[in-house]
Structures are given as structure tokens and as C-alpha cells.
Design a protein. Structure first.
Lengths: 155, 155, 155, 155
């Protein structure tokens, strides 16, 4: 008997850089990189977000989907979708980014809660069968990340 | 006949990290570093702001005053004082930072206009007699900056 | 009809960091990274050699063999095997390194000539069937390299 | 009563990048940066030597003399003057570099012994009166170094 390791579906209240809403269900067959960040988190801005951009430029879209997730769990009043839009413009981020759905009475938004993330940045990989395969809080090494992504692409 | 090269006085609507408002007039006798930035400007976050912090840690306060200036000239609706306060907290910026005074009908705030800055980040040095001595837009080299500051301190 | 793309065998006059001489023939079944360098080549020391060390630490030995190749094509009188041994010790390089065999009357050593390398550093990948799959002169991106290596490991 | 803090004279057996031998005595009136290094010392190659080159480019020659000192205290058989000459060429080092004089029966060369240096890289500053003012083993911060040099230049 094996545990159900299907990655929880994304709960997103607003999308940027995509004409249509994105679901993990619709991405079956492709590997997925989820980059959870906050626009005023220094480690996200210095490392996580530029790395997601590098990955987005390197891999073919039909092999890997790169998706940002704005998981605001503090300072909600200033890290608004309007502020995020400016951030994405100024940092020239072109991959799809979703706003993780706020939950009444909980500072932690819905997707962040479903994945039990520790903080930001958190990088997650989902394989072509929709299973979560990696969840790493903090800085991730480029060499190791390139290898892990290709492992999922080639399975 | 020589031109008046006294640095324009700061026009600041709100201060952070200081109990009392700061004026260049009151800083005569000390060298001053002014670091003009916007909290969502990538070059400011990557280079200008960390450099201002390094300078603030290195020099004695009675030799050099390090002052940040939030010169918002675009996206005014999201780069508010409330957002700036979160930014300063998250990036652990401890030197005084003033909000450059907004001007009705002009996207460019008052001090930025008075100094004719080209954009952000801009680094300026003011000598012990209150005269502007350097104004550089973009990235500034640490080695050259250390030397220029000490030149003003030792005059 | 397809061209023979088997990677040329290594011609090595002296080995470091390995008890037995290494041949590509004996490595069939494993992917191989060849890092061609000169100990006094600035780009090799700054980028290529540290990258080879990072790769060596990341991948399992039975998946990937990392092999350095000291391809001296200039200043032969000072980049001797004795000097190389000191270099490997000081830079704490622990993967096997071979001295590319000098050829009388030719400044370019035998393996460098066989692979038609342009200069140093040059990074090459050989797949599990012994075929050359990548040859890149100059700086190589970590993310792309991690992916290319895993592609060969997973084939 | 104050101690004699005159910096010991350089003991150099061979010079590169200068037509005439250099003495500290002849440099009275200028500040001097001495950069002691070994060509196969990783910290020297990664940090010390490039920093000496940056300093050499930034300051006027009549304000500051930048002098490299090849203080070989290990692996003497491969860090020869002939090997150093190739190193200076490959790394495009253009400031004067002297070979610290070897001493029979002592692995430590004469100038390194006279200055009681701990290892390489070591950076030293000598003021316009010929007095030693700084001696730092290991990595030196650019901002602090720029300031310290200008302090000596302006005294």
C-alpha cells in the first residue's frame, strides 16, 4: 500500500502572465516547477526568483512548466496583487505567477497551507504524473536543480 | 566668481530610523552620503541599498552620515510609506531613510527634482561644508567609493 | 549510414588521484565528464575547475565519472606534472586528472588534438555508449550542465 | 618615546613589470600597497591579486605605488621566477612584482620574515613617511581598503 502523493491542486485567486488559469491537473504529462515567494522577501528576490527565470529560459515549455506562486503570509496590506504586478514588471518576470488564495482568519494562504511550506522561498517539483517530488525551503543549487528537473523530464 | 554649489536641502515628508528629522544644514561638519532609491527598483535592491548598509557599518557616525532617500517617481500607488516600512524591516536597513516629498502634478518628488537625478539608484556625496561633491547614477564601485568618502572625511 | 561518433580514447602520460590508469573504453555504461584545463589559465581556475569539483561532489560515481585533463598547449616548461601536482593539492581537487600526452614537434598534446579543442577550459560529455555528446569551450552554465548530465545518466 | 615603525626595506632578487629595482626608501612621499602572494595560493588568485589590480587601476601612480611580492614559502621547486612570469602574463598583471629573496636553510623568504607575515595573501600599507600602517592576512574588504588608502594619501 502506498501513500497518495499527488501534489495538492493550486488555489489561486488571480493570475499574471497567462491568459487562462492554470491547474496542475491540466499539466499532467509535463514536469512542473513551483516557485513560492513573497515580493519583499530578500532571499526570494536575490536567489529564488532569478533562478526561476533562468529555469524558464532554459527548458522547453512542453517539457517543464515554471509557475510562480505569491504566497503572502505576512505584511498582507502592502504585498497586494497591485504591488505584485509592479514587481513582476520591474523584475521582468515572464513566467505565469499566481496569487495564493487568502484564507479568512489564517495569515497563511491556501496553497502554502496545503503544501505545508515552512516559508519563502520554497521550490517544489511535480512530476509528469502529478506527484510532488521535491520541496526545498531556502537556496537551491543550480547544478542540482538542473539535474532534478531533467530526471523528471526523462522519466 | 564661482557658482553656488551648496547641496539643495532635503525635502522629506516622513522619516524612518531616526527620532528627529534630518537636515543637511544640521550636518555641517560631517560628510554625508545620500542614497536615492525606490524599493521596487532591481538595481537599488541588488547593489545600491546593500552598499549603503556596508558604508553605514564601516564609517563612524561622527565622520559620515548615511541617509537613504525614497525617491518614488513611478508606481506611486504601491511604493507607499507603509510598503517602504516593510521593506526597511525585511532588508534590515538601520540607517535613516526619508520619503522624498511628493509634488502635485509632477511624478518626480521634490528632492529628486532639486538634484536633477536621472533615476535610481543615485548616490551622492556632500562634503563637510555642505557642498555636493559626487552624483552617480547606477552602480558604484566599492573601492572608489571608500576612497571618495575618506577624501571628504579628511579634508 | 551514420558517422562514427565514438569519443577518441584518452592519451594520458601520467595520472593523479587514481590508483589505476583510466580509459573511456573501461567506462562504458557510465556517463563521463571531461574537463580540459591548464593550471595557469585564468578561466579554468575561476570557473572550469571549481565547476568540475561541484559536479564530482553532486553525482554518484557509478552514474558519472569526472575526469580532468591537463591539456598544456603553451608554457610547457612551467606547467609540468610536478607543478600540476602542487596545483591539485592547493586547490583540493580530488577527482582523477590525467596529463595529456605531449607530442614531439607539436605544441598541442595528443588528446586535445584528437578532440580538436579550441582552447581551455573545454568541457566535454561522453554518454554511456562512449559517444561524444557535448564539447563547449569557455564558461558553461551550472543549470544547463546539471540537466545535460542527467540526460545522459537517464538514457 | 615611540617605537621605530619604519617598514623593513624590501629584499627582492628579481623584478617584473619595472625597468628599475624598487625600494621603499625611494618611494618616500608616496603611499605604498604591498601585496604578498604565491602564484598557486587559491585565496591569492581569487581575491588578493585581482584586488591589487583594481587598486592599481584606480589610484594615480604619484599618490600610491602598488607592489606585488612573490613570497614563496612552500613548493619552491615549482613556483619559480619562470613560472611567475607566465602567471603575470596570463593574469595580465601590470604593476611591479618582486620575487622575495630566498634564504638558505629557511623556507620563508627574507621580506616575509622581516614583516613576520602569517601566510598569503597578506596586504600591507606603508604611509608617505615610510611607516607600516596596516598588515592584514586573508581577504580585505574593498570599501575599507579604498578608505584606508585615501587616508594615507591625504595625510
Amino acid at each position: 500500500m502506498t501513500a497518495d502523493v499527488t501534489a495538492p491542486e493550486l488555489a489561486v485567486s488571480q493570475w499574471f502572465n497567462t491568459a487562462e488559469p492554470i491547474t496542475l491537473a491540466a499539466l499532467r504529462g509535463q514536469a512542473v516547477l513551483l516557485h513560492a515567494f513573497q515580493m519583499l522577501c530578500p532571499g526570494c528576490v536575490a536567489h529564488g526568483t532569478p533562478q526561476a527565470q533562468r529555469v524558464h529560459r532554459l527548458f522547453r515549455t512542453d517539457e517543464l512548466a515554471v509557475i510562480g506562486l505569491h504566497t503572502v503570509f505576512e505584511h498582507h496590506e502592502v504585498m497586494t496583487p497591485a504591488a505584485l504586478e509592479v514587481f513582476l514588471h520591474e523584475y521582468r518576470i515572464t513566467h505565469p505567477v499566481g496569487v495564493d488564495t487568502a484564507v479568512a482568519g489564517d495569515p497563511i494562504p491556501a496553497t502554502m497551507r496545503a503544501y505545508a511550506m515552512q516559508g519563502t522561498p520554497t521550490l517544489m517539483l511535480v512530476d509528469r504524473q502529478g506527484r510532488q517530488r521535491l520541496k526545498q525551503f531556502g537556496r537551491v543549487d543550480d547544478l542540482a536543480l538542473g539535474a532534478e528537473i531533467m530526471r523528471l523530464v526523462k522519466e
